[in-house]
Design a protein around this ligand. Structure first.
Ligand code: NAD
Length: 542
């Protein structure tokens, strides 16, 4: 079986279901929501395939109704992190030598289980645990997760097939070895798909992982782990260790066998982890790979030729879907004076029609933000804007955390292009607008480029091709994912590989082959058919 040269076809992206009233998929999600709401799940660690219960417990709550406990979660201590590393190393021997097609088969089976048998349950877990509407859960926890798993098999085909030329007297090969050691995968709360890919991309390339899931997405993370196991993922390939980030991180980052860090989360956390790598350099067997995708300050930049309704829609969808808790969210906008009255009217009109509430009421466009710390941080930004002479609230501005962590969709208009909400990542439903004079287009582009340390996503709206070309040039390094006449969110695996530069991370483009290349360390093998038997060359002759 191992002599098959195998390649996977380019897959189609998983179709997005509608969840319209009366649809079968809607009823299935409702049933799963009811089932999850009626129990408190007990979540163990999973180390080397064994469920480990430490008895040190944390709770996971529904952000839309924080009195509701969804799960009680066993927390890792130092001993469990060490055990997870040992299990990852032990599992690696078999896993890395097995044909990659066998590994791909497991990930593809996981994709199919998720697309069918577990789709509704995964949506319910993501809706309740992470506060996503059914549509936001569908595009993330079902479609994007499945797309990563299917596309990566296809990308890996291309990587393994890419071989050097061989001359008539020699055979040259590239062996795409996995990294030596274990990969530490640290996932953020906001995307189930990312949590999955942080583990399964390195695993597909023959690595094994120690996974620190986010405490606020634990329901969906644990379900992922169960699906991998049902798909046949061998024990120890992914080791699930919920717990304090600081504790798990300290032990994992100090280990001699740390081969790579696959991280998505805030810039602050990545900096801490990177510093830990720097501080431990002498300990490691090899230089650890660091793949870290972090925050953003997505912009919408309108040229005077843009359609105001399209601009307003991008601001509202890009800024407020999933309460702005996307790294790609639109959170600042630059609007030319001539378009401003029409954009303002359209944005304010749309916000007036937004419904907000629990995820169980499918009419809600917005739900709660993830937790109290996040709520307080976002309200801090809004309150400072309310008190500032250089800012004015056009919409929203109120929050209520009495039952769930709800914050109104908020629009700040500022006269200061360096106002703090134009620069810093807020990670909540707050968009700040700055109006520039039409004739200052070039200066406004320069402002947009230099205002924030982040460079993840950005969108330009223009019906004038020359203006677009100028914007594209001026903003060349301002966003790793750049959009023309579209909102800056919603990148799809295989179609818009994702990642940003500057403070937004290492830009290793998850959802494309570049990310997979980070999880291999190729060995070049040259074989000479008729080896030389004399050291002398013709030029040395008398
Ligand atoms: P976070 O940085 O607070 O946490 C991310 C993960 O790191 C969590 O699992 C957390 O427990 C863990 N952690 C925290 N401190 C740690 C430590 N010292 N050692 C080890 N692990 C530690 O981020 P978050 O709030 O979960 O996610 C939101 C952030 O993620 C935003 O900044 C967002 O922009 C970013 N994000 C970026 C992308 C991208 O592709 N660029 C995608 C999604 C989210």
């Amino acid at each position: 079986m191992n002599n098959i040269v195998f390649g996977f076809e380019v897959p189609a992206n998983e179709p997005v279901k509608s969840y319209a009233p009366g649809s079968e998929e809607r009823e299935a999600v409702r049933r799963e929501l009811a089932a999850l709401e009626n129990r408190v799940e007990e979540i163990p660690l999973v180390i080397g395939g064994r469920e480990v219960r430490t008895g040190r417990m944390a709770e996971a709550r529904n952000p839309c109704r924080h009195a509701q406990v969804l799960a009680r979660v066993h927390q890792a201590g130092e001993a469990e992190v060490e055990a997870a590393i040992a299990a990852a190393r032990a599992a690696k021997r078999e896993w890395e030598t097995m044909s990659w097609v066998e590994r791909a088969s497991i990930t593809l089976k996981a994709a199919d289980l998720l697309a069918t048998k577990y789709r509704a349950r995964m949506l319910a877990a993501t809706m309740l645990g992470q506060g996503k509407s059914v549509y936001q859960a569908e595009i993330d926890a079902a479609c994007e997760t499945v797309d990563y798993l299917r596309y990566n098999a296809y990308f890996a085909s291309g990587i393994y097939a890419d071989q050097p030329r061989s001359g008539f007297d020699q055979l040259n090969r590239l062996e795409y070895r996995p990294l030596e050691g274990f990969v530490f995968a640290v996932s953020p709360f906001n995307f189930t798909a990312i949590a999955s890919n942080l583990n399964m991309a390195p695993a597909l390339m023959g690595n094994t992982t120690v996974w620190k899931p986010a405490s606020t997405s634990i329901l969906s993370s644990y379900l992922l782990m169960q699906i991998y196991r049902e798909a046949g993922l061998p024990d120890g390939v992914v080791n699930f260790v919920p717990g304090s980030g600081a504790l798990v991180g300290r032990v994992a980052m100090a280990h001699r066998e740390l081969a790579g860090l696959h991280f998505t989360g805030s810039n602050r956390t990545l900096n801490q982890l990177w510093r830990a790598v720097a501080g431990n350099l002498e300990r490691y067997r090899a230089y650890p790979r660091i793949v870290g995708e972090t925050g953003g300050k997505g912009f919408v930049f309108a040229h005077r030729s843009a359609d105001p309704l399209e601009v307003a829609t991008a601001i509202v969808r890009g800024g407020f879907e999933y309460q702005g808790q996307k790294c790609s969210a639109a959170s600042r906008a630059y609007i030319p004076r001539s378009l401003w009255p029409a954009v303002e009217a359209a944005v304010v009109g749309m916000i007036g029609r937004i419904r907000m509430g629990g995820t169980g009421d499918f009419r809600n466009f917005m739900n709660a933000v993830i937790d109290e710390a996040s709520f307080d941080g976002i309200m801090g930004y809004i309150d400072r804007a309310k008190a500032s002479p250089s800012a004015r609230l056009l919409a929203g501005g109120r929050g209520d955390k009495s039952a769930g962590y709800f914050i109104e969709p908020t629009i700040i208009l500022t006269s200061d292009p360096h106002f703090e909400t134009m620069e810093e990542e807020i990670f909540g439903p707050v968009v700040t607008l700055y109006v520039y004079e039409d004739e200052d287009f070039a200066a406004a582009l320069e402002l947009c480029d230099t205002t924030s340390p982040y460079a993840l996503t950005g969108a330009v709206f223009s019906r004038d091709r020359y203006a677009f070309v100028e914007a594209c040039r001026a903003l060349r390094h301002a966003a790793g994912n750049f959009y023309l006449n579209d909102k800056p969110t919603g990148a799809m695996v295989g179609l818009q590989p994702f990642g940003g530069a500057r403070a937004s991370g290492t830009n290793d483009k998850a959802g494309g082959p570049l990310n997979l290349l980070r999880w291999v360390s190729p060995r070049t093998i040259k074989e000479t058919f008729v080896p030389a038997t004399s050291f002398e060359y013709p030029f040395m002759a008398e």
